[in-house]
Design a protein around this ligand. Structure first.
Ligand SMILES: [Fe+2]
Length: 390
């Protein structure tokens, strides 16, 4: 299968160096490289704008300046997209069916979810201008044909924004939450200019100001990444923990008096602090499992970020599942166990994160088990991550 293969895109910097120290943090630019452009044109099977229009494009927009000089875009109906392009409209090809495998490759490369990676194309016409703005995504662009000029500057107005904004747009409450300065009317004076020619790569970090100009026809590849945020990681872990408790799944309509809502929220905040205290980094960041055997004196705690359930029962056995919820993926282990194990399993399943567990506890809940069986059960549950060794 053909791949974009990003290993040499940022040369002389390698992909690991780019991912760890540049992506989302600073501008990166590489000069034109005819070899890279030729390789990508072959991989994408795009040598001219005709090849782009021959693809299965599910969404294409016209990109233009309106009378006020602001950048506008409008969906191009597929039947008329080519005529509009020929009439001088710059086209933004956003959903290209043939690019789905490239989007999966990009998601794997940068360890983000499949929906968070997009691979798109711009077909710029001479005279196309994109007015100064910023986007809430990290952008990597590679020039495939023609020339396009970019001006890029850090954003002191709203660093690391979660929403896009362009000069002249109304300011939204979302942006005001972290606005530092008055909104600028033009790109800041410290902007750097880059002339992208075939094989040039440019990384515009999330939130950086940018504007573009085209003096000739050009086709550029755009890799767009929606990064996971530091707060998303912890909020996802907190929600995984809260969702186990029916209290937090209660509906809250707005029918209470302000006094009732205030006193409920006061109690909820205290409970939330307790839940937060039970979050453990060792549950949120999955470390490799130990190879140490379980001894009779080995002690465990009920781990967080996991849930236990019974999938089916027959006379002698129970089929159980343990799901371990992760930020990027959730793993579920299915096990067949003797029914005598169930009381101890249910007891451990209902425990709060951080509660201690050892072999005497298991024997108390499932008195039919031998010490050896209790030891095996704890070892098995450690592998599913329902228990964590202390
Ligand atoms: Fe942009």
């Amino acid at each position: 299968m053909s791949r974009l293969d990003l290993a040499d895109w940022f040369a002389p910097m390698d992909l690991a160096g780019f991912s760890q120290s540049v992506l989302g943090r600073r501008i990166h630019h590489t000069p034109a490289r005819a070899g890279l452009a030729a390789r990508l044109r072959d991989t994408l099977e795009i040598h001219s704008i005709d090849d782009v229009f021959a693809k299965q494009v599910r969404r294409v927009c016209a990109w233009f300046q309106d009378e006020a000089g602001n950048t506008g875009s409008a969906l191009m109906p597929s039947a008329s997209a080519r005529r509009l392009y020929d009439a001088g409209f710059t086209a933004f090809f956003q959903e290209i069916a043939e690019f789905d495998p490239f989007e999966r490759e990009v998601a794997e490369t940068f360890r983000i979810s499949g929906q968070s990676a997009k691979v798109q194309l711009f077909g710029n016409r001479p005279g196309a201008v994109t007015k100064v703005h910023f986007d809430p995504i990290d952008v990597i662009t590679v020039q495939l044909t023609g020339r396009k000029v970019w001006r890029v500057a850090p954003n002191e107005f709203t660093p690391r924004p979660l929403h896009g904004w362009g000069a002249g747009d109304p300011l939204t409450p979302d942006l005001r939450a972290y606005q530092r300065e008055a909104p600028p009317e033009r790109i800041p004076a410290d902007a750097r200019e880059f002339v992208l020619e075939p094989g040039s790569v440019l990384h515009v970090p999330r939130g950086y100001w940018h504007e573009t100009f085209s003096d000739q026809d050009s086709i550029s590849l755009h890799v767009l990444l929606t990064p996971p945020l530091r707060m998303d990681f912890l909020l996802a872990g907190l929600k995984n923990q809260l969702v186990r408790d029916e209290r937090w799944r209660e509906s809250v309509y707005d029918f209470e008096t302000p006094e009732e809502a205030c006193s409920r929220t006061t109690v909820d905040l205290a409970a939330l602090r307790d839940a937060l205290d039970r979050l453990d980094p060792r549950d949120l960041v999955r470390e490799p499992l130990t190879r140490q055997p379980v001894e009779l004196e080995t002690r465990f705690v009920r781990a967080g970020q996991t849930a236990f359930g019974v999938d089916g029962l027959d006379a002698d056995t129970a089929r159980i599942s343990v799901s371990a919820y992760g930020f990027r993926e959730t793993q579920t282990a299915s096990l067949l166990v003797r029914r005598e194990f169930l009381p101890a399993l249910r007891w451990m399943g209902d425990m709060s994160a951080g509660a201690p567990v050892d072999i005497p506890d298991v024997l108390r809940e499932s008195p039919g088990l031998s010490k050896e069986e209790a030891r095996e059960l704890l070892g098995m549950l450690e592998k599913t991550r329902l228990l964590r060794r202390v």
